[in-house]
Design a protein around this ligand. Sequence first.
Ligand code: MG
Length: 484
Amino acid sequence: MNLNKKFQKLVVPVLLAAGFAFLNERAIAQESEGYPKKPNFIIIFADDLGYGDLGVYGHPTIHTPNLDRMAVEGQKWTNFYVGASVCTPSRAALLTGRLPVRSGMASNKSRVLFPNSANGLPLEEITLAEQLKTVGYGTACIGKWHLGHKEEYLPTNHGFDYYYGIPYSNDMDLTRKLEGPTGYWDLWTKEYKDLDITDFNVPLIRNTTIVERPADQHTITRRYTDESIEWIKQHKENPFFIYLAYNLPHVPLFASEEFTGTSKRGLYGDVVEEIDHNVGRIIATLKEEGLADNTIVVFTSDNGPWLKTEISGGSAGVLRDGKGTTWEGGMREPCIFWAPGSIPHKVVMDMGTTMDLFSTFSNLAGATMPTDREMDGVDLAPVLFDNGKSPRNAVYYYRGRDLYAVRFGAYKAHFITQEVYVSNPKRVEHDPPLLYNLDVDPSERFDVSEKFPEVIAEIKELVRKHNAKMVKGPDLLALKEKAK
Ligand code: MG
């Protein structure tokens, strides 16, 4: 046996053993260090982006290399939900950690706030920003708010130190005269190439002051990102929370000159690719500023694609239907968690919701959870950092103030379904409820209610318990107050 072979036979095993011991110690050390302490949080919320609109979620012609990379470095969640299938209640759920029906931000009449709404998220609600401020976080809201545009309801009165953005949807304050009953839809299906920013007289607000009107929507994605980057650089010495809510790809679609005409998917793709590029700029900033190891970035969307807008709307991929419905396409969203210092890569098929971010971030930040109200979130930290299971085993799908469907484990029961964005939408009550196994049938195609009456009984019992704890807040959105 030559020396080289002797070395391999005797020394290599010793070195390997030592190496494993070292690795093992490191693993134990990391585990005992626990979860990150007081990390920075950035929630990036797209508007009306569907489950199937990112490369990493299977879109064949929208190129999203930055988000794809985040999903590979971090966690791609495939069963992540929002609190409602339209803007206002979905945002209320994210920021309060509660079903929007509890805060009064859910209605059966007017489903979202409009420029003539005089109300907003009640000041008694505790937002995630207020929660994090109690433990010393700096807080900024940049982008779409849609929880009340009157001064008393703006982000600066809801726990945010700074606000810059359009206070509601980018299609509101429409100045163009609509032709006939299909006029609004024609804007997105027939006329969308001819639309100009002056057709939408939406304001851009800094803190509480309008600084531009109409907002130049061609540059709004880049400018929201510029503001976020600047704010990060100025506040990096202390823990911070940024809620960056892009107004796009909600219609009207506007891209900058740099991105217009560049995507194979057309204007919708241009807009999503511009968002992807700008998310990449945020990540690059975190790396350059030495913040990547202690910042958790979450990317998701407020509701599913607005299918009625046809080519101007997104895709829910394999999921059924879209925005406005309680089918999966309305409420299940792409969701990526990224924190290279603490979140190991995996694809997570457990359930999570935007309401869970309140609980998860509160616990990481060391903020005490409110005890004077019903909360609807769970702490996702065991899944994010520890290979654990999500404590969430159920999802409640509300449309307005009514519970339409419930997911329990793999099964989802629809008690009510309703058409959307048509005149005289059909509302159907199902008894027995429609039942789908979402694990084997994510597209909700095959009703198995006849085969599994015991599952339906179990879900009905869950609903009974849920209703017993449900005190619904006032129907604030339905108040037909006019702004003065
Ligand atoms: Mg939306």
